[in-house]
Design a protein. Structure first.
Length: 471
């Protein structure tokens, strides 16, 4: 019994250490969003520059996550995790020293290189540490709660330090957490690697980078350059060609970067689509809401941060609850409630103006926080369940990539709508776009959990590997 309790304490310790990586990523995202108006004023950056401040990070992160996951499987998850923490911390320091928006964007991209070695590797460590399906679902709930806690602290602490010092100080917040995570990882996390890791796929990796970078460039720059300008048309053409290249090239490789067979599982494919939709709503909400609170309502950064605390508090409360529900009853209930909450919360914000009641905003934030908190555990669990444990890093990386793709597209699309419509005051179509993202989550909640979907997951698991992570 003592040995069993000791093993459980050890697993929980590893889980909490891994959660630190998600914590600093979440802290960075939310704090940077609160600081966007200050960055715009100090570095003379327009809407496009602010979009790139956010999306340079998410594009590079999304592009390299699968490489980070497979590299951890190959070279050792602990080793890659520590390297990622070091790169992320150093890049955070460089961001705080950036003299121009161009260099800030470049250092944000470097941050993402480190971040790509954190989340998928940490999720792979968790998946290999918690082998019981119910225990793993609960661990994923704690993982999601870590993001909620960072959301809670990011806007408030970030807003406070921006008010007290400057926007540059928000990047200092990552340094003590990063150093603590490095020390604890070296002390407590055991090394692990896949027994038969995948070979590198440089062509597939290059195609993923081209696809995401050109698509994001086209969406962000089109309102300024014109949707039919040669550069924008070329960007969208390149993204389409890269997508076709991936679909034709990857199935021919014995060990592809993106194993398209995973998508034969309806729950897995649906979880990826739900991730993109839910995190498009999340990224778009952070971007739109920051501009609304500070530019339209005239709040200070710390006041804007405090106003969004209800979102974070509900995310913290709902994430572990969602994990427990998934472990006991499956993913349908939390996904359905999340879809309803996202639709309702975004719809409540479609008619806001500078005179909107603060209580109405808080009510909408509470509903949105519930949706964001409930959605994480079921989509993560669906993504890794039924996948071969030896490639858990790759499967988790695909799931994490879909989140970053969603955030990237959310910021790019709503920013483009604002830029085309004449500024933050013309944000109603953007809020309706985010409402539609919530509707996609609600629809796919039932598609992903139908009997036909479960049967497809079983067939996919059997064809991939008899040794699977669990149902």
């Amino acid at each position: 019994m003592n040995e069993q309790a000791s093993g459980r304490r050890h697993r929980i310790r590893i889980l909490l250490i891994c959660c630190l990586s998600l914590f600093i990523v979440g802290l960075d995202i939310t704090a940077v969003n609160v600081a966007l108006p200050s960055i715009g004023r100090d570095l003379d950056a327009g809407v496009s520059g602010l979009q790139w401040t956010v999306d340079a990070y998410t594009v590079v992160l999304a592009s390299l996550l699968m490489l980070g996951g497979s590299t951890g499987d190959r070279l050792g998850r602990k080793r890659v995790f520590v390297v990622g923490l070091v790169v992320f911390s150093v890049a955070s320091l460089l961001c705080s020293l950036a003299p121009s928006v161009g260099l800030l964007v470049a250092f944000r991209a470097l941050q993402a290189v480190g971040g790509a070695m954190l989340n998928p590797v940490a999720m792979s460590i968790i998946a290999n540490t918690f082998t019981d399906p119910r225990e793993r679902a609960q661990a994923v709930g704690v993982w999601g709660a870590g993001f909620g806690i960072s959301m809670a602290l990011g806007p408030v602490v970030g807003g406070a330090v921006v008010d007290a010092i400057s926007w540059r100080s928000i990047f200092w917040l990552n340094l003590p957490v990063g150093l603590a995570a490095i020390a604890l990882t070296l002390r407590f996390v055991p090394e692990s690697r896949a027994p038969h890791p995948r070979r590198l796929d440089p062509v597939g990796q290059a195609l993923v980078i081209v696809l995401l970078a050109t698509l994001t460039f086209g969406i962000i720059e089109a309102p300024v350059r014109g949707w039919t300008s040669p550069g924008i048309v070329a960007a969208f053409a390149a993204s389409g060609a890269a997508l076709l290249g991936l679909l034709r090239y990857e199935p021919r490789r014995e060990e592809p970067l993106v194993d398209l067979r995973f998508f034969r599982s309806i729950p897995f494919a649906s979880s990826i689509a739900i991730s993109v939709a839910a995190f498009s709503a999340f990224g778009g909400f952070l971007f739109l809401n920051t501009l609304y609170l500070q530019q339209a309502r005239g709040l200070s950064p710390v006041q804007a941060g405090l106003a969004t605390v209800p979102v974070a508090v509900m995310t913290v409360l709902a994430s572990p609850l969602s994990g427990r529900i998934v472990g006991r009853r499956g993913p349908r209930l939390p996904l359905a409630i999340a879809g309803v909450a996202l639709v309702t919360g975004c719809a409540m914000l479609t008619g806001i103006d500078p005179a909107t009641s603060l209580w109405w905003l808080i009510a909408a934030y509470v509903v949105l926080g519930l949706g964001f908190g409930l959605v994480n555990a079921p989509i993560t669990n669906a993504a890794v369940s039924g996948m071969p444990r030896a490639q858990a890093g790759v499967a988790a990386a695909i799931a994490t990539t879909s989140r970053q793709v969603g955030q990237t597209l959310g910021v790019a699309v709503v920013g483009a709508i604002i830029a085309s419509g004449g500024g933050a005051s013309a944000s109603r179509p953007a809020w309706w776009t985010l409402t539609a993202c919530g509707a996609v989550v609600l629809l796919l909640a039932f598609v992903a959990t139908a009997a036909r979907a479960r049967e497809s997951a079983r067939r996919t698991a059997a064809s991939l590997n008899p040794e699977a992570l669990g149902a």
